[in-house]
Design a protein around this ligand. Sequence first.
Ligand SMILES: Cc1cc2nc3c(=O)[nH]c(=O)nc-3n(C[C@H](O)[C@H](O)[C@H](O)COP(=O)(O)O)c2cc1C
Ligand code: SF4
Ligand code: SF4
Length: 295
Amino acid sequence: MNSIPSARPEAAMRLWAQKQCAILEADSNEAAGHIQALQKREDGTMIFYFTGTGNSYQAARALCVEGEVPLDLADCLRKGQRAFDLKQGEALGIVCPVYYGGVPSTVLEFVRSLQVSAQPEYCYALLTCASSVSGAAGQLAEALADRGIALHAAYTVIMPENDVIHYTISPEEERDAILADAAEALRVIARCVAERRKLGLHIPPRGRMITQAAYPYYEQDRETGHFHVDDQCVGCGKCVERCPEDAMVMENGRPTWVKDKCALCMACIRCGAIHYDEATRGKKRYVNPILKSCH
Ligand SMILES: Cc1cc2nc3c(=O)[nH]c(=O)nc-3n(C[C@H](O)[C@H](O)[C@H](O)COP(=O)(O)O)c2cc1C
Ligand code: SF4
Ligand code: SF4
């Protein structure tokens, strides 16, 4: 395992960062009222999401208006769905976490083979992260550009830390405070998306540098040889069901990793019986409350 060359900010810093990240020029009460009044647009939005522990799923759901359902892009990949029929005027949204200053390998794989029937009039990304988006939006924009798709806006929202390998998960009270701030930021972002604001991409050179320095570590750290399971395992198979990469199977009542690399999404490690080398021993695990209720 390698260490990431950046530290996560403390709680107070997080709140400051939240304000920097989200588009908060609008008064949030006004935004909340506006969102309640939002109706499904005739031309709609196709929203794809990737999540390990539920934050990005919560974010994707927050952007859906009446009748819209976000699509799990890992599921599309598994089913071999690459081509999507985008109606005239329909927008395209991608919601996912930031990993090592970039986007998850699954998201890059999906975008690199994505075929849409028409150039979306509005394409946006919403990146969830624990402290800093770095140059992740630039990386995603480049992958989309290779498919002939222009990214018109990238939004960021700070959500609770889920990287139990490198960091410590916040206590529940702090987690709830971060989620409450995130819910407010998401309401504002939802309004910007509904209005189809074309904000352009403003990626500071420092952000790009962090991505360039950190992302190569992701390639090494996502080797599944780091995972193992301890005697606390009761053989329920939930970790295998949750894996978006089909990187695990149950063998003799225990999970076994069958791919050399995975997305390192933390979905399986929600179970305290799974460990990553010795880095996760005795550590609390994170899952967004939205998954506890529906998965
Ligand atoms: C492997 C890994 C790497 C991460 N790297 C970063 C990072 O570079 N910057 C950051 O702010 N958060 C980082 N995080 C935290 C997640 O981006 C954040 O918790 C996210 O909201 C998790 O989304 P999910 O619940 O949808 O999986 C990382 C998390 C993981 C699992
Ligand atoms: S590691 Fe946990 S989730 Fe996976 S089978 Fe064992 S008990 Fe179930
Ligand atoms: S093996 Fe675990 S960490 Fe890797 S992709 Fe599957 S669920 Fe995520």
